[in-house]
Design a protein around this ligand. Structure first.
Ligand code: PMV
Length: 316
């Protein structure tokens, strides 16, 4: 038996952390992916290192059918990915999504919804209490708003947003998603009303109106507001704030962290690719000279109203 699966990286535009507590979030599937190849036929085992150890701890989370299939054979595993690790772009969801996609081929009687469920359960190994947004974006497509539904599945709605360009920067992370989610949980215990109100405001910003013109101004404005709320929750870092300030000085309309925070990914909304190149150059130059010894990575993505395109990597 040979099974293969693929899932994508993601970018949360608005509503990170808020979505863990039942508020909306909006995110995008990134054109970055993780592929998994599972093989249990002796003669088809490729002469490359078996990476079974990478997925072994995830198997018990994925349910009795997967556990049964796992124990039935001696699996040879190959994982390939261009999703940057541990920085807020969904590398763990891309891994669990790709794995769930592969197992779904070996368990064709399972309903399609179980692919997401398997991926989501396996995400618990990494994050403890995931909202399900990362795995839904890893297995989905496009620009989507998530609302909590009455079932355990998240309800999604596509967004009608006209074209925009953004710079996605990546800084080293100082804390893990698990630690940052726990930090917000702790704040909810010690300062319940104030924290809940910040999370509710973040959720409100995630519900985007239909935007037919100059989307970068709407998104940029909301991003600046969201970043202030995320800072108040203690999720940003001085290095991240400095990078965002450098991007805004270079012409970005607005920006914020993306994902759990503590460094990691951030997004700056720009008018067009020329402006995005200026912004990307400014944040990368700034990161080397001021805050970090290692150069920051920056990528430019353009949303054409339907699909996200990779428009370049000015740091290469
Ligand atoms: O930084 P990441 O890619 O692990 O994203 C975490 C997003 C959170 O909203 C903080 C957690 C979640 O499960 O939605």
């Amino acid at each position: 038996m040979v099974l293969s699966g693929r899932a994508h990286g993601k970018l949360i535009l608005f509503g990170e952390h808020a979505v863990v507590h039942g508020f909306p979030a909006t995110g995008l599937t990134l054109p970055l992916s993780t592929r998994i190849h599972l093989s249990c036929e002796a003669d088809s085992i490729p002469k490359v290192e078996n990476q079974a150890g990478v997925i072994k701890p995830l198997i018990p989370y994925m349910g009795p059918e997967v556990l049964g299939l796992w124990h039935e054979h001696d699996w040879h595993v190959r994982v390939k990915s261009d999703v940057p690790m541990s920085c807020g772009l969904g590398s763990s969801a891309a891994l669990t999504g790709a794995l769930a996609h592969a197992w779904a081929q070996g368990l064709p009687h399972l309903p399609a919804q179980d692919t997401w469920r398997m991926a989501h359960q396996a995400e618990r190994y990494f994050h403890g209490q995931p909202s399900g947004v990362d795995t839904a974006l890893a297995l989905g497509q496009g620009l989507v708003t998530f609302q909590h539904a009455t079932t355990s599945m998240l309800k999604t709605e596509s967004c009608n947003i006209s074209p925009f360009t953004m710079v996605v920067g990546i800084l080293p992370r100082t804390q893990s998603t698990r630690t940052l989610v726990n930090h917000v949980n702790h704040q909810l215990k010690t300062e319940h009303d104030a924290t809940l109100s910040l999370l509710a405001e973040l959720g409100d910003l995630a519900v985007l109106p239909s935007v037919t013109d100059e989307a970068w101004t709407v998104l940029g404005d909301r991003a600046n507001q969201a970043q202030i709320l995320l800072q108040r929750l203690g999720l940003s870092t001085p290095a991240l704030d400095h990078s965002l300030a450098a991007g805004l000085s270079a012409g970005a309309y607005g920006g914020k962290l993306s994902g759990a925070g503590g460094g990691g990914a951030f997004v700056l909304f720009c008018q067009d690719t020329d402006s995005a190149c200026e912004v990307a150059r400014a944040v990368t130059a700034h990161s080397v000279s001021e805050q970090n010894p290692c150069p920051l990575q920056a990528h430019i993505y353009s949303w054409d109203g339907h699909i996200l395109h990779n428009s370049g990597d000015p740091t290469l």
